[in-house]
Design a protein around this ligand. Structure first.
Ligand code: SF4
Length: 736
């Protein structure tokens, strides 16, 4: 495996070989691996990787973590965890952790700095840029990896304290299309399900999702389903999930929207719809029925490559199911028409009455451990809890609740992530603050990050656990942050469940929690008095409760962290003075009363003609490249998972490509041959895996390797602005 230079230096012995012994020795010197742990001293925490939100029981001794088990009684994971959960403590011990602030010197090397100097430098440089070029010349990029309390403080500090207008998060890359779809269809970003629905459905339909490896514990919940459910997977590629499904519909890339509209048409033509539900709880159905008339079975066959019988069979199974649930992830969201595709799924659930009942729903599973928290509290494109920056009443309301002048709240929305990037390229945005994300690896058409984005920035601050990421190595100022396990706060999982993360060890070196860094920046900037009541994460949790009151996500009935711990987490909404008081239900789904969040209480059918993929295959680039998650042992840019020996052993160490045997035969490629893959934007070399997991004319490369986004095409959904990572045109040849 190719390691970042800093990691290589630390992991390698003089002989140049990677040695775990050396690593263990270094960790012992740092006091990070206690020899024993006390099984009576257990702290319960929510896992800091994915949005499933599993509870981990961490055994500690002398304030240091030792062993780890998985919460056996927690309503989410029921005693299970995936490999990342088992290894959750490992990344804390990595030798490339940022331990002190670093300032880029005149000779372009990093020098160590004390915190006061680093914070002064942060404020001085950003203020200089703002004074010279205005408040819109700076921006921040956040993450779904930090706590609700940190997200809220970061957004409030930047926008109300420092006068910034623009800030977005890496959550734009994973579930912005689902957010926009829910807002337009339901009137609020409200994923309606509870995980128990996975066990209660008789028909589960997964679209662009591979939960076996992306959300293994949710797949475990499917395997517990006692109803012998039909499991249908719509995915161009044969995956671990399709192998376990009852039906795999291997469609052509990005033909999902046409298929979903055709299914809606078949359901309507056969009168397989729930008239009573449509009449009582929805609007715009008649227009939708007229719209989908042109989406015939023939049209679906032509777009998807499926036989007509498979299209018809899918519609029949939806009709026959008594409790049909639809689940989607990034195969839908990361598309140039992701919002409309998500809404086509929502439309199917609404027209068949498969929503608000056990085992049903139009259910987006999100990615990062606190992507759901960022949706409510990051204060990026929406003002707290789904409010609107452009609405004076909403600004007044937040100003009153926070006791800050409303005119400190920007009256316009932030630019979305890709517009911030474009603003940097155009020279409009000159200062950027990146917190816990790694666009140097993950941004689409990545070579632009280094060629035309980084070089245009006058000042780049990176705040992260590791000083070795591709992005941190480009920083002018690096601020070392505590990681999961070194701080406390709350996350929200995919089923809207708040859970507590616990501090089980002190941050390494001089690293500080993101919360403490934000507080310190506020004081150095001179706006600390605005946040005088935001003293601790739990103080901020209480503030967020008041901000949520009378909104659809109202969780003012959750007293405090101990109530969350006692109940295995609590799903929003949970409202004060409700009849069952301190005894929230273990599981709760939304819309059981058929009332949605639009003013008239009805859900909307939203639809639009399909459009062609912005990039097409051609004689020079004749192959479709699909990207996605590789194994359950890898997480995103591998910033953390690459630190675990066990996880490294479970995943291929270098980039590989899956290609179809017929294509391999034609090109004279065998498994393990080195092949060159080129797109209109860049190229990479990868080892071949010849297997029929992909269709002819398609290849698959996992997203976890830094080279992959040199190939991807920078197209974006027009409504959610989410990048379309999933299908771009490439060429393939054996390296000579
Ligand atoms: S499924 Fe997700 S939350 Fe659960 S242990 Fe694995 S990474 Fe952590």
């Amino acid at each position: 495996m190719k390691l970042p230079p800093i990691l290589e230096r630390v992991f390698k012995s003089k002989s140049g070989r990677l040695t775990d012994k050396l690593r263990l020795k270094q960790n012992r010197q740092l006091g990070l691996i206690p020899a024993r742990y006390d099984s009576n001293n257990i702290q319960k925490s929510i896992c800091g990787y994915c949005s499933t939100g599993c509870q981990l029981d961490i055994h500690t001794k002398s304030s240091r973590p030792g062993g780890l088990r998985h919460g056996t009684t927690h309503p989410v994971n029921l005693g299970m965890a995936c490999p990342k959960g088992w290894e959750a403590l490992e990344p804390l011990n990595a030798p490339d952790r940022g331990r002190v602030p670093l300032i880029r010197d005149v000779d372009h090397t990093f020098r160590q700095a004390e915190w006061p100097e680093a914070l002064d430098y942060f404020c001085q440089r950003f203020k200089e840029i703002q004074n010279q070029h205005g408040n819109e010349s700076v921006a921040f990029l956040g993450t779904g990896q930090i706590t609700n309390e940190e997200l809220a403080l970061m957004g409030a500090l930047a926008k109300f304290g420092m006068g910034w207008v623009h800030g977005d998060g890496n959550t734009r890359q994973c579930m912005a299309s689902a957010v926009t779809a829910y807002k337009e269809s339901f009137g609020f970003d409200a994923p309606p399900y509870t995980y128990a629905d996975l066990e209660l459905s008789d028909t589960l339909i997964f679209i662009g999702a591979n939960p076996c490896i992306a959300h293994p514990i949710l797949w475990h919940r499917v395997m517990r389903n006692p109803h012998r459910p039909k499991i249908i997977v719509i995915d161009p590629r044969a995956t671990e999930t399709t192998a376990a499904a009852t039906t795999h519909l291997a469609i052509r890339p990005k033909s999902d929207l046409t298929l979903l509209y055709a299914i809606a048409n078949i359901l309507i033509q056969n009168d397989w719809i729930d008239h009573s539900y449509i009449d009582q709880h929805t609007e715009l159905f008649d227009a939708f029925a007229r719209f989908v008339k042109s989406y015939s079975i023939d049209r679906a066959v032509e777009a998807t490559g499926l036989p007509a019988s498979s299209v018809m069979e899918l519609a029949s199974k939806i009709h026959e199911g008594k409790a049909v649930s639809f689940w989607w992830t990034m195969g839908v969201n990361q598309s140039y028409q992701g919002t409309r595709t998500a809404q086509a799924i929502i439309n199917l659930a609404l027209m068949t009455g498969n929503i608000g009942r056990p085992g049903t729903g139009a259910n987006s599973i999100t990615g990062q451990c606190n992507a759901m928290g960022s949706r409510l509290f990051s204060n990026t494109t929406s003002l707290f809890c789904g409010r609107d920056f452009e609405n004076p009443a909403d600004r007044e309301d937040i100003g009153n609740r926070l006791n800050i002048p409303a005119d400190r709240i920007p009256n316009k929305k932030s630019l979305p992530y890709h517009e911030i990037m474009k603003g940097i390229e155009k020279g409009d945005i000159k200062g950027l603050w990146i917190v816990a994300t790694n666009p140097g690896h993950s941004w689409i058409d990545q070579s632009r990050w280094f060629k035309s984005i980084r070089s245009k920035l006058e000042f780049l601050v990176v705040q992260d656990m590791y000083e070795s990421t591709e992005t941190a190595q480009e920083a002018d100022l690096f601020l070392p942050a505590a990681g999961w396990g070194e701080k406390s706060g709350t996350f929200i999982n995919s089923e809207r469940r708040f859970g507590v993360i616990e501090k089980v060890q002190d941050p390494v070196g001089e690293a500080r929690s993101d919360f403490d860094i934000f507080k310190d920046i506020a004081d150095h900037w001179g706006c600390g008095e605005l946040f005088e009541h935001w003293k601790t994460p739990e103080d901020v949790f209480q503030i967020l409760k008041t901000l949520s009151m009378h909104t659809p996500c109202d969780f003012s009935g959750i007293k405090d962290y101990s109530m969350l711990q006692k109940n295995g987490g609590i799903q929003w909404p949970h409202i004060q003075n409700q009849q069952n008081g301190d005894l929230p239900e273990k599981e709760r789904r939304l819309f059981e009363d058929g009332r949605f969040h639009h003013p008239n209480g009805r859900a909307h059918f939203v639809f639009e003609e399909t459009t062609p993929n912005p990039e097409s295959v051609c004689p020079n680039f004749p192959v479709w490249l699909l990207t996605g998650r590789g194994t359950s042992a890898q997480w995103h840019t591998q910033t953390r998972t690459a630190k675990s020996k066990m996880l490294r052993q479970m995943a291929p160490g270098s980039v590989y490509v899956e290609l179809h045997p017929a294509d391999a035969h034609e090109l004279g490629i065998k498994t393990n041959d080195l092949v060159v893959i080129r797109s209109r934007r860049g190229s990479l070399e990868a080892h071949a895996r010849v297997q029929a997991s992909v269709q002819q004319g398609q290849i698959f490369i996992p997203m976890h390797y830094p080279e992959v986004n040199q190939l991807t095409h920078p197209s974006f959904d027009p409504y959610s602005h989410q990048p379309s990572y999933k299908a771009c045109a490439v060429s393939l040849s054996k390296r000579t």
